[in-house]
Structure formats: C-alpha cells, structure tokens
Design a protein around this ligand. Structure first.
Ligand SMILES: Nc1ncnc2c1ncn2[C@@H]1O[C@H](COP(=O)(O)OP(=O)(O)O)[C@@H](O)[C@H]1O
Ligand SMILES: [Mg+2]
Length: 391
C-alpha cells in the first residue's frame, strides 16, 4: 500500500497521517456522539488513553457553502479547489496543520493526524457496538442521518471515510459545574482566539457547542491562509479576513453575554453562583461600550463600517471594531521558511548537542533576557486601524 501523504494536497498547511491504528483490535470504540453537522465523534481508547476520532460525513461541501455560492465560484476557482479549502475535513486539516507549524497547538484540542477509514463490516460492528439502542427503532431506517451516512458506505468501493484523531476532552460531570467552568475559561478562550487570528486562521463558528471544558474542539468551518478565498486570491476582498476575525470575537462576546444572563437558581446543584464575567471580547456593535454602571463615551470608529461576515450571511452586522490581529496580515511563506530553518537547527551535530542544551538551561535559570527580546522582535504596529504583527 502506498504511504499516505499529508493532506490536503494544495498550497498551505497540511496534516500528517495519524500513527495509530484506530480500527484495529487494540482500539476500543466506547461511544459515538452524533451531535455534529459534519461528523460523528467516536470516544475511543488505546492502551488506556482516550481519543476522539472525528469521522467526517462524505460530500459535505454543500454544508459549508450555499448552492448559489457554489455555482457562482465554480467557474472562477473550480470545484476541486473549493473542496480542498472548504470541505470540513480539509478545513480542519489545514487549521490544525497551521497550529502545528506555528507551535501553537495549545490554542485548540491536540490533534494526532488524519486517518482513512475503509468502511468494512468490522468497522460497522465497532460503530454499532458503541451505540447500543441506536438502531433498534425500525423507523430509524427511513431517516438517513448521522452515522447512517457513514454506514451507507459499508461494502462500497468508493473513497474511504476521512477522520481526524484528537485528544478526548472529558466534559464536566453536570451542567452547573460545566457552566461555572465555562465562565472561568473565557479569558483563555479569548487569548487563544487572538493567537489563531495571528496565525492566519479564522474559526467562523464560535459557540459553546464547539468547546468542551473550555477547549476548542471544532475547526471544520475554519479558513486558513493561503486560501481559495484568501487575501491574495483576487476572488474576495482582503478585508473579509479581519471581518471574519471580528465575528469570532463578537460570537465569543455573545457567549459571555448569555453566560452573564444565566439564572443560576434554575440550575440544579450546590456550587455557589459565580460572579459576572467583566471580560469584553468585542465592543458593542452599536459603537457604544455599555458598562454595567454607566455608558461610556461613543467610540471613534471610522465609518461607514465594513460588513461583519458571519457564518451563513444570516445576520446583518457591521464591523464596528477591528480584531486585534488581522489574519490576512499573517505572512505564511515566511512562517514556512522559519519552520524549515528551525527544523534544520533542531538537528545539531553530535559534538555541539551538549553545549546547546546547557546554554538553554542557563538561560532559563537566570531568567535570561532572550524571552523579552523575542517578544520585542514581534513588535506590534498599528496599520489601517488593524493591529498586525511585524515578524
Ligand atoms: N476532542 C473531543 N473530546 C470530547 N468531545 C468532543 C471532542 N470533539 C468533539 N466532541 C463532541 O462532539 C461534538 C461534535 O464535534 P464537532 O467537532 O463540533 O463536530 P461538527 O464539526 O460536526 O460540529 C462536540 O460538540 C463535542 O460535544
Ligand atoms: Mg461543532
């Protein structure tokens, strides 16, 4: 069998194949979550460690783009390019690939790679075994949804089902604990969102369904530069990337606002109600930042505002506040070069190994100024109202 190559097969970041055999006898499929729009997520165990295997439903480009959009862009960029950049599996491979490239994996769930799953009867047994009762109702035969979309492929000679293997994140034991933990994780989520934007990634689908215990697990709507609709593509305007990043922050603000409105007395449990979260991920789109105590001065934002591009063009929002980092400003070519250089430097000659290591240790112990210098090197400058990173 030919060796698997990193995917997707187009310019930009890619994800390596996963080294584990997730369909073999050593991998137990414990449960299947059927919540997602694009996928079913298997909770699996290999040698006592838990993993999430996200199995993508086939042919899901239509889930991310409307038929009109597909027809409009097909003659301009071709269907293949759209699938390579926008299909949920490829979108996740590219986004997680970029996070690895930038040593920024901690900004979302840890990913081990992708797998091709041949839909054999053995795999069907694993799925059925992990979903007791799911197939008992004869009426379910008429509704082909969720894992049925995958099971339809059993015995087919079509392309394999694609999956991505991630760390399993254990959810909180009950709703109240989960909600309290969510409040504590907003600050970290905001920090991570800024990091993603800085790495040329927009998530576009921020909601509490995409987080487990404060960890971002879903990047299937993400767009990562370079992209078929990217800043250099000439197909869509470059400001859209700042706009999509602003929408990520706006969506996080909505999560915070909803959380602040929680009626704690209605949620069972003894844990005391937490204090309100004062963090602001995004300014008020009306241009006024409302304080709990008093309204502050109207912000001076340049008008007319650009549109804030939401996931499905449902809402009519304006980008009243720019994001901290414009993903379009991320220089992905430079990043690849840097990664290559670092890769070469990481293989020092045997004689120099000891010296390099001891220098690193000394630097850490004495609180060496190198961290300060590295931070300075990434000076932030203001450009067109959008903060960009100067590498
Ligand atoms: N790594 C994980 N650990 C634990 N639960 C997960 C993990 N990944 C996904 N899930 C669960 O599965 C659900 C669907 O996964 P998600 O990646 O959001 O799929 P989709 O792209 O189809 O929406 C999530 O809402 C979450 O409850
Ligand atoms: Mg999801």
């Amino acid at each position: 069998m030919p060796a698997l190559k990193p995917l997707p097969d187009c310019e930009g970041p890619k994800l390596e194949p996963c080294p584990f055999d997730v369909v073999g006898p050593d991998c137990q499929w414990l449960a299947v979550i059927e919540d997602g729009h694009h996928s079913a997520v298997v909770k699996a165990a290999i040698k006592g460690k838990l993993y999430a295997i996200k199995i993508f439903f086939p042919e899901s480009l239509k889930i991310v783009l409307g038929t009109e959009e597909i027809d409009h862009f097909k003659p301009l960029v071709g269907e293949k390019a759209m699938i390579l950049h926008l299909a949920p599996f490829n979108a996740e491979c590219r986004a997680f690939g970029r996070l690895k490239e930038m040593d920024c994996e901690h900004a979302a769930v840890r990913v081990y790679g992708y797998v091709n799953i041949d839909m054999t009867e053995a795999v069907e047994q694993k799925i059925r075994g992990a979903m007791p009762g799911r197939f008992d109702d004869p009426r379910s035969m008429y509704a082909i949804e969720g894992v049925d979309l995958v099971l339809c492929r059993v015995g087919n000679t079509g392309p394999p089902i694609m999956a991505i293997v991630k760390d399993w994140i254990e959810a909180a034991p009950d709703f109240r604990t989960d909600m309290i933990a969510q409040g504590r994780s907003f600050r970290r989520i905001l920090k991570n969102l800024h990091k993603l934007h800085r790495c040329g990634i927009v998530v576009r689908d921020i909601s509490d369904a995409q987080f487990v215990n404060g960890v971002l697990v879903d990047l299937s709507h993400a767009r990562t530069t370079p992209h078929v609709f990217g800043p250099d593509s000439g197909i869509r305007p470059a400001w859209e990337w700042a706009s999509m990043a602003a929408y990520d922050l706006y969506s996080l603000q909505e999560m915070i606002d909803w959380w602040n409105e929680t009626e704690w007395s209605w949620i069972p449990g003894d844990a005391p109600a937490p204090k309100k979260c004062t963090l602001r991920a995004y300014g008020d789109p009306e241009g006024v930042v409302l304080d709990r105590l008093r309204p502050r001065a109207r912000l001076e934002c340049q008008r007319p505002y650009l549109r804030m591009i939401d996931l499905h063009d449902y809402e009519y929002l304006q980008m009243t506040h720019p994001p901290r980092y414009d993903p379009a400003a991320f220089d992905w070519r430079k990043a690849v070069e840097r990664k290559k250089k670092r890769g070469a430097q990481a293989k020092p000659s045997p004689s120099s190994t000891g010296r390099v290591q001891s220098r690193v240790r000394l630097g850490r112990k004495r609180g060496h100024a190198s961290t300060g210098r590295t931070r300075k090197a990434a000076a932030v400058k203001q450009e067109n109202g959008v903060r960009v990173e100067e590498e």
